[in-house]
Design a protein around this ligand. Structure first.
Ligand code: NAI
Ligand code: MG
Length: 497
């Protein structure tokens, strides 16, 4: 279990991993095995990280258990101050973090990775200020009784995160869990652990050993061991709905609380008065085309009013085809590459499915080129299909790639009905100048987050989480920290004694 000596030369300006973080130390896996990390924009190996399994989870849990009694007793605002220092330290290294994210995820540096690195610092800053909010209430049970509540940490939290915005999603586990006095065992995604390890390296300069343990391993082998560990008292998962169900079943066996941030197939409803550039820009943003649409909140079902169907699609084509696809680390690139071969193949299959349907019209895009620079990485083309209803695979399943379906509507109630015809309910977008219509739709849509006339990303302070099979619980906010990372205790005192 020595520190890993990398066999692969790191790309300039990126972070070189030292192993996994257990008990404040950087170590290899118990088995000695490693996982090779790839730059998906070039299909080349860029680093090696430990391949953790059950034995590594045991070590991480033991380190966390040892750290918990002291950490839970640190005054909450003092814990918060450490998070504020972490925020500053991340900011000081934001460029290195951004380049690392771009290199390992394929997300373009300028449009995505840099913003993600900055957001990670912002998340630590936000939660760093919330230590004092871990307060309880007094309950008026009568003059002879003092009854009050306490927000106590849960203990060892097991967290599992995905690769699509790994550092942001990692920060969203670390900052609230630690602020609330918990200790953490977190598994980074096997496809994108480097930025998370770098952020953890920064955290490790400030928090005591064992408070934050970050391991690197595969899903079932390592994530499964976290989900099933008897000493882990809370599970917090971000990823696919299928794996979310596995996590929830594991939690049911031990009755541990679980937070799930899962997939989506989010609708965008465009009203006839919104056939304008700002709405087209908003749709491009909401669909997350510049993150190859690898986003749980991607607005991937676009309900366009029939009166503007063709004109809106023309405008959209002009905007989207002007975006530059290329090397994620190149400042000129708007769009980078898909994360790995598995996801790339999956996205291409969906595109092929659309092409194979006579009743679906390809508006623009299609399969990726087979030769030239773009064939050297997992680059896909932003693609739009039109003229089929809401009932085919492309309109129902989370593609997690840049494939948008455009569906006609004429009656508002019908548009809302179709928008709600999904087992997902994460995000939604409504586009209109008419505030009455916009808010009526916003209230009728079954989603955890509806945006009217904007397609932005999450902001700290705003409770975020899905309805239906998109998840359970909230993140990103004070409410999320209190509900997901504390347990409320009532203390009742008889004052007559
Ligand atoms: P995934 O859900 O399999 O992976 C997410 C995390 O869960 C990773 O850290 C992985 O190692 C872990 N994991 C996988 N199987 C596990 C298990 N049995 N027990 C415990 N942990 C496990 O997602 P994947 O395979 O990377 O992507 C597949 C699809 O999932 C995507 O096409 C997309 O539709 C969806 N997805 C949704 C995300 C979201 O933010 N909502 C993020 C990533 C994927
Ligand atoms: Mg998987």
């Amino acid at each position: 279990m020595d520190t890993i000596t990398p066999k692969i030369a790191p790309a300039p300006g990126t972070y070189t991993p030292k192993g996994q973080l257990i008990g404040g130390k950087w170590i290899g896996s118990v088995s000695g095995q490693t996982i090779t990390i790839e730059n998906p924009g070039k299909r080349s190996a860029v680093a090696e990280v430990p391949r953790a399994a059950a034995a590594d989870v045991d070590l991480a849990v033991a380190a966390a258990e040892k750290a918990f009694p002291a950490w839970r007793n640190v005054v909450p605002r003092e814990r918060g101050k450490l998070l504020l220092k972490i925020a500053e330290a991340i900011e000081a290294r934001v460029e290195e973090l951004a380049r690392t994210i771009a290199m390992e995820t394929g997300n373009a540096l300028r449009t995505q990775a840099r913003g993600e690195a900055k957001l990670a610092a912002d998340i630590f800053r936000y939660f760093g200020g919330l230590g004092g909010e871990l307060k309880g209430e007094t309950v008026p049970l009568g003059e002879g009784v003092l009854s009050y509540t306490r927000r106590e940490p849960i203990g060892i939290v097991g967290a599992i995160i995905p690769w699509n915005a790994p550092v942001m999603l990692g920060a969203l586990k670390i900052a609230p869990a630690l602020c609330a006095g918990n200790v953490l065992v977190m598994k980074a995604a096997e496809d994108a652990p480097l930025g998370v390890l770098m952020m953890s390296d920064i955290c490790n300069e400030f928090v005591p050993p064992g408070v934050l343990n970050v391991i690197t391993g595969y899903g079932e082998e390592c994530g499964g061991a976290i989900a099933n560990h008897p000493k882990i008292r809370k599970l917090s998962f971000t990823g696919s709905t299928d794996v979310g169900k596995i996590i929830m079943r594991a939690a049911a066996d031990r009755i541990v609380p679980v937070s799930l941030e899962l997939g989506g197939k989010s609708p965008s409803i465009v009203y006839p008065d919104a056939d304008e550039d700002w709405a087209v820009d908003g749709i491009v943003n909401a669909m997350r085309f510049t993150r190859q649409s690898q986003s749980c909140t991607a607005g991937s079902r676009m309900f366009l009013h029939e009166d503007i169907f063709d004109s809106f699609l023309k405008k959209l084509e002009k905007k989207v085809t002007a975006l530059k696809i290329g090397d994620p680390l190149d400042e000129a690139s708007d769009i980078g590459s898909i994360i790995n071969n598995k996801q790339y193949t999956k996205v291409c299959k969906y595109v092929q499915d659309g092409l194979d349907r006579a009743d679906a019209k390809l508006v623009f895009g299609g399969l990726p080129p087979k030769s030239g620079p773009l064939s050297e990485g997992y680059f896909t083309m932003p693609t739009v299909f039109a003229d089929r209803s809401n009932d085919w695979r492309l309109a129902r399943e989370e593609i997690f790639g840049p494939v948008l379906v455009a569906i006609r509507w004429s009656d508002e109630a019908e548009a809302i009905r179709m928008a709600n015809e999904s087992h997902y309910g994460l995000a939604a977008y409504v586009w209109t100048h008419d505030i009455g219509k916009g808010l009526r739709a916003a209230h009728a849509i079954e989603s955890g987050w509806v945006q009217v006339n904007q397609g932005g990303g999450q902001t700290p302070g705003m409770s975020y989480g899905g309805f239906k099979q998109s998840g359970l619980g909230k993140e990103f906010s004070l409410e999320g920290m209190l509900d997901s990372f504390t347990q409320k205790k009532s203390v009742t005192v008889n004052l007559a004694v």
